[in-house]
Write a protein that binds this ligand. Sequence first.
Ligand code: HEC
Length: 392
Amino acid sequence: MEAHIIEWLNLTVRWVHVIVGIAWIGASFYFVWLENNLDRRVKNPQLAGELWAIHGGGIYHLQKYKLAPETMPKHLHWFKWEAYSTWLSGVLLLIVVFYLNADIYLLANDAPLSATETVALGVAGLIGGWLGYDVLCKSPLRHQPAILGLVLLLALTATAWGLSLYMSGRAAYIHLGAIIGTMMVGNVFFVIMPAQRSLVAAVEAGDEPDPSKPKNALLRSRHNNYLTLPVLFIMISNHFPSTYGNGLNWLILLALAIISVAVRHYFNTRHNGQQFVWVIPAAVVAMIVMAYVTAPTPVAVAKTEQGPLSDAQAQAIISTHCGACHAAQPSHVAFVTAPAGVVLDDLTQSKTYSQRIYQQAVVTQVMPLGNTTKMTELERQRLGQWLQLQNQ
Ligand code: HEC
């Protein structure tokens, strides 16, 4: 029953997270696009630019002010709840998925820390990530955005590597995504919103606004823009064990982050000419290279004294190590139905799934989740040998 409730909690929170996340990122992409496509040859000296657009059967005429109109409009739309609710639902999802079932989802195989300690590490990462990032952005590096970006990339890569020592691959990935997401929301909450509030307050009071605040806000907002695509990949990464399940998962994440930041850069600069158009074919080639380097290599299967497994022995290993979850009626408390629909109750089913079992339990070793059943290397090798025979 408890597993059933957690599943529906997971479903609801995840659904909300995706919806508000789309609202946040959608609005943010739209405004970046708007900014980049403004027609700046406007006659009115108060205006920075304007834009005509057609959408949903209607024609829109938008104008951007250099600073603000003389009198503030009665209704000024603010965009902040999309960001806040994405973060809040994200943290809730982290708790529901990873912290309530820490032994199977959070902990690395043979984890050096206890579940509570690893949860503490995750939470410390979220807070420490924001504090460290904020210090970096306030340091003299802020005058050299490219170097700042590079330092940030290196620091995040080091964080991913560090997390991967203590957490399962999927948990390390999601935590890095949550750390970056927290930085992005922190930018909205602590920097961008206050800058906007002080701009509006200054205009309303008839004062000269402080130009340093919008400048800071712009830097943070640009960071958010470039960080979006890596975060989006991380959020879907749990579907791809060949990324998080790889021994060098942090390096794979770095490569995917570089590819996505480059693609974002092309889209950000496209209106100014096509000098970065090469990024698109380069990204395609890079994805092919990534697929190649992460391809499963035939695992060297040890010739053991016992010789190859018989069908019955192989099924016994599968039942021992997978059966608690991958059964028509799982006995594991966290599951009501077989995860991913993979039922391994009998030999025919195990043979049907042989390739996927090989990928999950022998190559990436992401199964059994959290290695809760303590499957040994020898068992994996012998099972691997048997599975290879099934596919010949
Ligand atoms: C503690 C529970 C648990 C155990 C034990 C477990 N699994 Fe899984 N397995 C899961 C969950 C949960 C998923 C759902 C997908 C996900 O969240 O990654 C899954 C998914 C899978 C998939 C489908 C992944 C895909 O998309 O191809 C395969 C195959 C699989 N497991 C094989 C195994 C094998 C083989 C073992 C035993 C060596 C095993 N699992 C042990 C929980 C478990």
